[in-house]
Design a protein around this ligand. Structure first.
Ligand SMILES: [Zn+2]
Length: 111
């Protein structure tokens, strides 16, 4: 009998975190915000994405890989982000966000 291979869908990772896990990661993010490490990052006053200079109060914590996509509240996954980039990231679909980053990189070759 011929074995029929199942076709793997192009996006096979449906890694939605449970609400419980997301709550835990959000709590971790709040803890991270209180660390000296994070305060130092904010103190540099730089948006991770557009490299614009901002007052630390204008910067927010952004998860590079969003929690809903399986990202963690870890130092390697959180960056300071200005409101404009934050809003863009939230409202864009991933392909638009990538295009936005490419546009920023084209404007600022040192990125
Ligand atoms: Zn920015």
């Amino acid at each position: 009998m011929a074995s029929r291979k199942k076709r793997v869908p192009p996006i096979a990772y449906d890694i939605a975190l449970s609400e419980e896990e997301i709550r835990r990661e959000r709590a971790k993010a709040r803890e991270l915000k209180r660390t000296q490490w994070w305060k130092n990052r904010l103190g540099r006053g730089l948006c991770h994405y557009c490299r614009g200079r901002y007052h630390p109060k204008e910067l927010t914590m952004d998860h590079i890989v969003p929690l809903v996509r399986g990202g963690k509240s870890a130092r390697s996954n959180v960056v300071p982000c200005c409101r404009a980039c934050n809003t863009a990231k939230e409202s864009f679909v991933p392909s638009e966000w990538r295009a936005y980053l490419e546009l920023l990189a084209a404007r600022n070759p040192s990125l």
